[in-house]
Design a protein around this ligand. Structure first.
Ligand SMILES: Nc1ncnc2c1ncn2[C@@H]1O[C@H](COP(=O)(O)OP(=O)(O)OP(=O)(O)O)[C@@H](O)[C@H]1O
Ligand SMILES: [Mg+2]
Length: 277
């Protein structure tokens, strides 16, 4: 169980779509956390705005700043993507830029809390959509806390060129913060240059490649019925395998004595989680 952060260099390569496609087919308990400072899009998009009121990381941040109640408020701010199972949960992102100001001083607090979720009872993986790194106030503490950072990129030259400089920025930051090496991987979306060519040119392994699948992407972006047999869903469903393998390898290799032991958090047995309708 772990935090897996997804981030992009620029443009809209498909971070949110890929994260949602993966979340909908994830085999373990999962929280999909929209940490993109530019705003969340799944509530209004895939879920068609189908909720009774404001919900998500912005509300959590306001409550935490006012009452310090993150632990108790967290579960009531989630949306069940697979109701009523409570196995795949969405923490919606900020709804308007004004909320981003409340969230940005709390990224470290959220990162610590997410780290606790992976050791919770029951444990949850956290897929964190961290948006574009070039937008102001990126959630660096979440990236630093992640066991794996997936840098999402399209496979054409302009995207790859922006991705190259972002690789350096992420690696520099993670090294400065003493994150053990080997965290960063590429997740390539769509057609263009070959996978091994991209990996060689950017000097970073590609963990997986997701196909261009506009029909499914549109459903994930705007709402509708997701079909598990579609190419994007099949590929996103398979993403968990190399992610898990990398996590296992890193844990076996690292077992770092200096690693901070995260606090445990316990999910409530009675749902405070609302079902997606
Ligand atoms: N695998 C895919 N095949 C086809 N279209 C895709 C795919 N993934 C994403 N898209 C489309 O690309 C557009 C951008 O996707 P998305 O919003 O997921 O990108 P993003 O990286 O999260 O962008 P932003 O940084 O603006 O949040 C959307 O129209 C989406 O439907
Ligand atoms: Mg996005």
């Amino acid at each position: 169980m772990a935090i897996i952060a997804l981030v992009s260099a620029k443009g809209s390569p498909g971070v949110t779509t890929s994260a949602l496609a993966a979340a909908l087919s994830w085999h373990r308990r999962l929280v999909l956390a929209e940490c993109d400072p530019a705003g969340g899009s799944i509530l209004a998009g895939y879920l068609g705005g189908a909720l009774d009121g404001p919900r998500g990381i912005g509300e959590l941040a306001v409550g935490e700043l006012r009452d310090g109640n993150l632990e108790t408020a967290f579960w009531s701010q989630l949306v069940d993507l697979d109701a009523p199972k409570r196995e795949r949960l969405l923490l919606p992102g900020v709804l308007d830029p004004a909320q981003a100001g409340s969230v940005s001083p709390l990224w470290q607090r959220f990162a610590d809390f997410f780290t606790g979720l992976e050791r919770g009872v029951p444990p949850y993986d956290v897929l964190a959509d961290c948006g574009r790194l070039q937008v102001g106030g990126p959630p660096w503490p979440v990236l630093r806390a992640a066991a794996i950072v997936l840098l999402v990129t399209r496979a054409h030259l302009p995207d790859l060129s922006a991705t190259r400089s972002t690789i350096r920025a992420i690696q520099r930051d993670l090294t400065e913060h003493r994150v053990p090496p080997g965290t960063l991987r590429l997740l390539v979306v769509g057609d263009g240059h070959g996978t091994s060519e991209i990996s060689k040119a950017l000097g970073l392994p590609v963990i997986a490649r997701l196909p261009d699948d506009p029909r499914t992407a549109e459903v994930l972006s705007l709402g509708g019925t997701v079909r598990s047999g579609r190419p994007l869903m099949r590929a996103a469903g398979a993403l968990e395998v190399p992610v898990r393998a990398l996590l296992d390898r890193r844990r076996a290799r690292l077992a770092w004595p200096g690693a901070v032991q995260p606090r445990e958090v316990t999910a409530p047995t009675t749902p405070g989680v609302s079902g997606a309708v």
